[in-house]
Design a protein around this ligand. Structure first.
Ligand SMILES: Cc1ncc(COP(=O)(O)O)c(C=O)c1O
Length: 500
């Protein structure tokens, strides 16, 4: 069914009158692409009972998305089904975690086969899947990055990477970037530099947060700083092969060495290849390379947090760090590695790994047979189904569509950025000052997308960035549907603002 959408003039919000007249008379309610999967009947406790359990038996700090939280009970590739059987296009992939598709048949088969053979041994014994998987995973990494420690979550992986960098360098201080997210365990929480995700307790001593090289919201930035098909609309006076913003932000990092580090020495530097929770923030081209150089020159190790950007999500490369032209000393990975199975890993060089031998180190579930069988199947599917190439093609297409929506509604859509299927759309209340859109307005748009069948993530310090990081199996048709729904939600928001 196709319905016409009509509305009144929105010229009071400063939008192009001609474009709006055309938009409002021609916008149709987009139709959801077909799906041949039929979900089973929901047989769990009823919705109100689930809500009551949540209230009584689950810690209140666990937030639920949406005014009326979704009760999801089945997933199939890029689709999710709620308790009523309503279908949603999952554009957030369980927070960037469902990499190859919900309940991907080949991944399910591998996990079930392993489950029927052997669930658990711990890594004090050898078992084939652990070793097959270790070989296959490390083969995906460049240079000397050839030894792996399996753990269960991204926070554990980053905790371990911090310990490794201190044990190896015998330095203590760590640098991470403001607006970065590296996990919630108290040790690594110190490196997470988003105040919304930090508790008022002694957090990770010796951790310094350098100025975030954010070319949209930061002090410096312009229209060709980013490695993305879409640049920021900020004016730029740089020549094509120079980036003054990169130099200025790098200067701020140098200041951390100069002012904060004892004898200028550092144990490790953590950076996401593209910041995830912080709202898909990309750094100026060249920044990470220069940062790695100064860290190494001062005795430290460079740690790439690939928890969100790994496994082909950014399209052009398998790992996000490859786009920065660097080879890290330690790579941490989680989320997409297991397509939703609790699995994470730290990969490093044999020499750095040796340093952990100073004491015993153990993780009960690390390298669990079912986790390893699942991880191995995910790697095979990524190769067989050319998932990375799909991320690049569909992601680039979607980024360009979203950039057109930004140009249509510059008053509300401040920035579109990202690479492959790692996309952010920053909503603002004022284009010129880039003031973050207030939460109630953001929520109107976000909830409307959900009601019309598109699930989007939310991020950034002010919660004003739409995070678009779907399972990497989505098609261009799905991406167009998501973009159409977003455009409709923004147009209707613009209309409401104009009416006031
Ligand atoms: C970049 C990054 N690092 C680390 C983590 C922590 O991972 P986990 O939630 O599995 O502990 C996250 C989680 O969102 C993340 O996005």
């Amino acid at each position: 069914m196709i319905r016409m959408f009509s509305g009144t003039s929105v010229c009071r919000v400063g939008l192009n009158q001609k474009a709006l007249t055309k938009l409002l008379s021609t916008t149709i309610v987009p139709e959801m692409p077909p799906c041949d999967h039929k979900p089973g009947t929901y047989e769990g406790p009823d919705y109100t009972k689930v809500q009551a359990i949540k209230k009584q038996n689950i810690v209140p700090c666990i937030l639920s998305y949406y005014k009326k939280p979704l009760l999801l009970h089945e997933g199939h590739m890029q689709w999710l089904f709620d308790h009523t059987g309503k279908r949603y296009l999952d554009m957030f992939g369980g927070i960037v975690t469902v990499s190859v598709g919900h309940c991907h048949p080949k991944v399910n088969e591998a996990a079930i086969e392993q489950m029927n053979k052997l669930w658990h041994t711990t890594n004090i014994y050898m078992h084939p899947k652990l070793h097959e998987y270790a070989e296959a995973l490390t083969a995906k990494l460049p240079g000397d990055l050839k030894v792996v420690y399996f753990v269960n979550s991204g926070s554990e992986a980053n905790d371990l990477a911090m310990l490794m960098s201190r044990a190896h360098t015998r330095n203590f201080d760590i640098i991470s970037l403001r607006n970065g997210y590296h996990g919630m365990n108290p040790y690594i929480q110190g490196a997470t530099a988003l105040s919304t995700w930090r508790y008022n307790v002694p957090l990770g001593h010796g951790i310094h947060h350098a100025m975030n090289p954010d070319v949209y919201q930061g002090i410096w930035g312009g229209s060709h700083c980013r490695d993305s098909p879409v640049q920021s609309t900020r004016k730029c006076s740089c020549k094509p092969d120079e980036c003054q913003a990169c130099d200025m932000y790098y200067g701020q990092l140098e200041e951390v060495f100069k002012f904060s580090l004892p004898r200028g020495k550092v144990a490790g530097f953590f950076a996401e290849s593209i910041q995830g929770v912080g709202g898909t923030v990309q750094f100026p081209k060249g920044y990470v390379k220069k940062a790695f150089e100064i860290v190494r020159a001062n005795g430290g190790l460079c740690i790439s947090d690939e928890v969100q950007t790994g496994f082909g999500r950014t399209g052009e490369t398998f790992w996000g760090f490859e786009s920065h032209g660097v080879v890290p000393d330690i790579v941490t990975m989680a989320k997409g590695i297991g397509n939703g199975f609790p699995l994470a890993a730290v990969v490093t060089t044999p020499t750095i790994a040796e340093s952990l031998g100073q004491a015993l180190h153990f993780n009960t579930y690390g390298g669990n047979p079912i986790a390893c069988a699942t991880g191995l199947a995910v790697l095979r599917v990524i190769d067989e189904e050319k998932t990375q190439a799909n991320s690049l093609a569909v992601g680039t297409h979607l980024l360009k569509r979203l950039a057109k929506i930004r140009d249509e509604f510059p008053q509300f859509v401040g920035d579109v950025r990202g690479k492959g299927l790692m996309i952010g759309v920053e909503l603002v209340s004022d284009a010129e000052s880039r003031t973050p859109m207030q939460a109630p307005h953001f929520l109107e748009i976000w909830e409307e997308c959900k009601d019309r069948g598109v699930l989007l993530g939310r991020g950034g310090l002010y919660g004003n960035v739409l995070r678009i990081k779907p399972p990497m199996c989505i098609s261009k048709q799905d991406a167009d549907f998501a973009a159409d729904i977003f455009r409709l939600a923004i147009a209707r928001f613009a209309e409401r603002v104009a009416r006031k």
